[in-house]
Design a protein around this ligand. Structure first.
Ligand SMILES: Cc1cc2nc3c(=O)[nH]c(=O)nc-3n(C[C@H](O)[C@H](O)[C@H](O)COP(=O)(O)OP(=O)(O)OC[C@H]3O[C@@H](n4cnc5c(N)ncnc54)[C@H](O)[C@@H]3O)c2cc1C
Length: 477
């Protein structure tokens, strides 16, 4: 695998004021020896995230069991100017959780579990190390729905989801991770616990501090607990795979279905043929369509009426078919059918195994995405003939993913591919990260999407909350 040469250093880092051994002794005294792992005791999981970028064994791995232990650990590291890298489920796609050899990694995995479901307030209080799937299941058992959902649900953690402000499959219906948060508990760099675990929807009492930490990628504080908003369970869920004439037809279909069903349309995932064919092959399924089509959409309708067996949704698609607005459609007849269709879209979990993925997670106005895909593909083909690239995305929320397989361009410098695609994005005022975050891999491209004034304001917040620069140094900035 060709590693890109993005430097993993922080120009603003300040030297530690205590030897590492003294800091580790202090940590062992506070947390106990079994919560401080070093050397071979640190497994591969702590060395890199889903990108498999630059695997590095950190100087130590901390496994605190409570907010208080996180606080005591950070107080020690703050006093010693010792860098700390928060680690969640390690499913991140921006290299944000990768520690350097002299960093201490702090895993939230022992800080797991759902603490409370308050049915009257429709809230779920959860510890940061809980996997998304565990939180979803707890909500479902109580008759609610946690709106956040993404392919990494079995491994990613609520803390990581909030630190990255994850998007996922249901953003068109319920918003991003940020929109699910009512309260947050965070340990600040100096070990102070900032507890804003309120359950209220309305709370206009000065700055809404929780939003500073959501999407801050572990650079401003370590999230330890959260109060999440619960939604009523949608009893009727129907999934369809639709074949389309092209991008304009997809946008028209999205608008048509939204007009008919409002936000009962919970997912609208677009797959260009390169991605679709790869997903079908990878999952070992057969395409439900006879021939090939210019574009595919995986659409989920989720309503509240348990007696709705999908007739209205099916009728809307039949009408679109009769009018020539779509080329073909299949509707899942069972949960197993629906899973098989989703498996095609979620084949991205296999990308690091099957490909040398160079991932893009860009955001553009919905109106220009189709044109961008055509131009981007043509430009990649001209620059790197024979490259294999995959285009897909959550188009309803203006999010396009592109994965270029580095294996198809032997010896390619990943960085050159990043720079090439981002250069096309700049004039369109697109975002270099729609949902995965900046982390390590997109740091140098952040100025494409943020003005000098915005960057200066971010740096001022960082300095105010983490004056010793110990939290996830070298990420984001
Ligand atoms: C198959 C697959 C599908 C995916 N689909 C989506 C998708 O649809 N939408 C999407 O947005 N993302 C998606 N992702 C990316 C990833 O799952 C998300 O970014 C997720 O939110 C990361 O959570 P994590 O717990 O794995 O975080 P990690 O990878 O461990 O960390 C991510 C960042 O958060 C920081 N962090 C972690 N925990 C904390 C904490 N408690 N406090 C402070 N900082 C913390 C880390 O330092 C790092 O900067 C996908 C990934 C995979 C592998």
């Amino acid at each position: 695998m060709t590693q890109d040469p993005i430097a993993h250093h922080d120009a603003n880092a300040q030297p530690c004021t205590a030897p590492l051994s003294a800091t580790l002794d202090a940590l062992r005294a506070e947390l106990g020896a079994d919560a401080v792992r070093v050397g071979e005791q640190i497994g591969e999981r702590a060395m890199t995230d889903w990108t498999r970028h630059a695997p590095t064994r950190p100087a130590a791995l901390l496994l605190p069991r409570s907010t208080e232990e996180v606080a005591r650990a950070l107080a020690i590291c703050h006093a010693a100017y010792q860098p700390v890298v928060p680690q969640g489920g390690m499913t991140g796609l921006a290299g944000g959780a990768i520690a350097r050899a002299n960093d201490i990694a702090l895993s939230l995995e022992r800080l797991a579990g759902v603490e409370e479901i308050d049915a009257a307030s429709a809230t779920l209080t959860v510890r940061a190390g809980t996997t998304l799937q565990t939180a979803q299941e707890a909500a479902a058992q109580a008759g609610f729905e946690l709106a956040l959902d993404l392919g990494a649900r079995g491994s990613c953690q609520i803390g990581g989801n909030l630190a990255t402000n994850a998007g996922g499959n249901r953003v068109i219906q319920s918003g991003t991770a940020r929109d699910q948060v009512l309260g947050l508990e965070v340990v600040l760099a100096n070990g102070d616990v900032l507890s804003s675990l309120g359950k209220m929807v309305k709370n206009n009492t000065g700055y809404d501090l929780k939003h500073w930490f959501i999407g801050s990628e572990g650079t401003l504080g370590i999230i330890t607990r959260a109060v999440l908003r619960l939604h009523p369970q949608r009893a009727a869920r129907h999934t369809a795979l639709v074949a389309l004439n092209g991008y304009d037809a997809a946008v028209n279909l999205l608008r048509r279905l939204s007009t008919r069903f409002g936000n009962d349309i919970s997912a609208f995932e677009i797959m260009w043929p390169d991605f679709y064919d790869f997903g079908v092959k990878l999952t070992g399924t057969r395409s439900p369509f006879d021939g090939a089509h210019p574009l595919y959409a995986l659409i989920e309708h989720a309503g509240f009426d348990a007696d709705d067996h999908g007739e209205r949704f099916a009728a809307a698609l039949t009408e679109a078919l009769d009018e020539g607005a779509i080329r073909d459609a299949v509707i899942a007849q069972s949960v197993a059918d629906a899973r098989a269709l989703w498996a095609i879209r979620e084949c991205t979990a296999e990308f690091p195994v099957r490909l040398d993925p160079i991932n893009f997670d860009v955001s553009l106005p919905i109106s220009v995405i189709g044109d961008f895909v055509e131009r981007c593909r043509a430009a990649l083909n001209e620059r790197w003939p024979g490259n294999e690239s995959y285009f897909f995305g959550h188009i309803g929320d203006s999010n396009l993913h592109v994965t270029v397989d580095g294996n198809s361009i032997p010896g390619v410098d990943h960085h050159a591919v990043y720079a090439f695609v981002y250069e096309m994005l700049g004039p369109l005022h697109g975002s270099v990260s729609a949902e995965h975050g900046i982390g390590l891999l997109k740091r140098e491209f952040l100025p494409i999407s943020r003005s000098p004034t915005e960057l200066a304001a971010m740096a001022a917040i960082k300095h105010a909350l983490d004056p010793h620069g110990i939290l996830n140094p070298g990420k984001l900035f």
